[in-house]
Design a protein around this ligand. Structure first.
Ligand SMILES: Nc1ncnc2c1ncn2[C@@H]1O[C@H](COP(=O)(O)OP(=O)(O)O)[C@@H](O)[C@H]1O
Ligand SMILES: [Mg+2]
Length: 337
């Protein structure tokens, strides 16, 4: 298998040696944090998720890719306890998560980001952070029985919130309404909020959607930093340059099933995968595009700044409840049908 043991300056170090045996869908991992079996979820007559076996490697960045409607978000919802499967069982860190409700899943250390809803926009950035922790840590007992201890915990939470806001460069916004943040800043807040409970596994559903290209690099660095800190990342992403830039492992879903998985340099060169799901842009490392990494052998990048900005604008449109058919992605979906 591939190994980038000698990293080029500025290029993320890929974690390799994650699997054991032949690289086929469902391949076992050396150190899995999630193991899922026979997970199905049906909506009406449609099998939205039909995953026979899937293992997510620990302390690595796994990208979940696939066309719209492939079942990626539904699988996220199932794994985090926000939705119940028709069949299947799965474990997180060796503990079964079947029938475990979402708030307990989060307390166990598996968190997902949530879009900043309208209601949360009316809270300050700092309150959003604290609320994130309370949702995930739980407060009932402390508050009712031991108010003194609770206050101590509250102070600690506020400190953690402020530290994270500094890290995500949102500290100047701590007392602003979250609704006043830009699209990219919202994504940063969503990620920072998820980190309040010191999770082991962070699940990000389209973290780059709606993000201004100027903030892309910052988000990428934060995701890479999660791995450096020992966390595991599972993220859904449509931007293939970003996936090949930061993912250690790629899982491809289509029509509810895992149709391919493997290291990005193998999966994303698989002609069947490229034909079906990936566009033309996968050969350019995103680090080259953002200027973070200069490939001495590379010709001019195949993605132009204009293309990135257009893609960013399309994503921004897609995030708001504006009519989806006006976005590029929705248009592509129509074409694909
Ligand atoms: N709550 C729901 N009710 C009915 N159908 C749903 C629901 N959620 C998702 N689906 C359907 O399940 C399929 C998978 O959706 P989703 O998981 O959102 O895909 P992805 O995130 O890969 O785009 C789609 O066909 C979608 O329309
Ligand atoms: Mg989705």
């Amino acid at each position: 298998m591939s190994s980038n043991a000698l990293p080029t300056a500025g290029k993320p170090v890929k974690t390799t040696g994650l699997h054991t045996g032949d690289i086929v869908p469902g391949v076992a991992k050396v150190d899995p944090i999630i193991i899922a079996n026979n997970i199905t979820r049906t909506f009406g007559g449609l099998k939205a998720v039909d995953v026979e076996h899937l293992e997510i490697p620990r302390n690595a960045i796994t990208a979940l890719i696939g066309p719209n409607g492939a079942g990626k978000t539904t699988l996220f919802n199932l794994l985090t306890g926000f939705d119940k499967p028709n069949t299947g069982d799965w474990s997180f860190d060796g503990k079964s998560l079947s029938n475990v409700p979402a708030f307990k899943v989060a307390r166990m250390g598996q968190v997902r980001t949530f879009q900043l809803t309208k209601a949360l926009g009316l809270l300050t950035v700092l309150d959003n952070m604290k609320l994130g922790a309370k949702n995930q840590i739980g407060e009932g007992l402390f508050r009712s029985v031991l108010p003194f201890l609770w206050r101590k915990q509250d102070d600690a939470l506020e400190q953690r919130a402020r530290d994270l806001l500094v890290k995500f460069k949102l500290d100047a916004k701590a007392d602003d309404y979250a609704a006043s943040l830009s699209g990219g800043q919202r994504k940063l807040l969503e990620m920072a909020r998820a980190l309040m409970s010191e999770p082991a596994l962070v699940m990000l559903d389209e973290p780059m959607a709606g993000v201004n290209p100027a903030l892309t690099q910052s988000l990428l660095d934060h995701i890479l930093d999660l791995k450096t800190q020992g966390m595991t990342v599972l993220f859904v992403e449509h931007d293939m340059a970003m996936v090949s830039h930061i993912a250690d492992w790629v899982v491809v879903m289509a029509e509810g099933r895992v149709v391919a998985e493997g290291p990005p340099d193998i999966v994303m060169k698989d002609p069947a995968v490229i034909d079906a799901y990936l566009g033309a842009h996968i050969d350019t490392d995103l680090g080259v595009v953002t200027g973070r990494y200069v490939d001495p052998n590379a010709a001019a990048p195949t993605i132009t700044a204009t293309e990135i900005i257009e893609a960013g604008e399309a994503e921004a449109d897609a995030v708001e409840p504006a009519p989806k058919k006006t976005t590029k992605r929705a248009a592509k979906k129509e074409v694909d049908k």
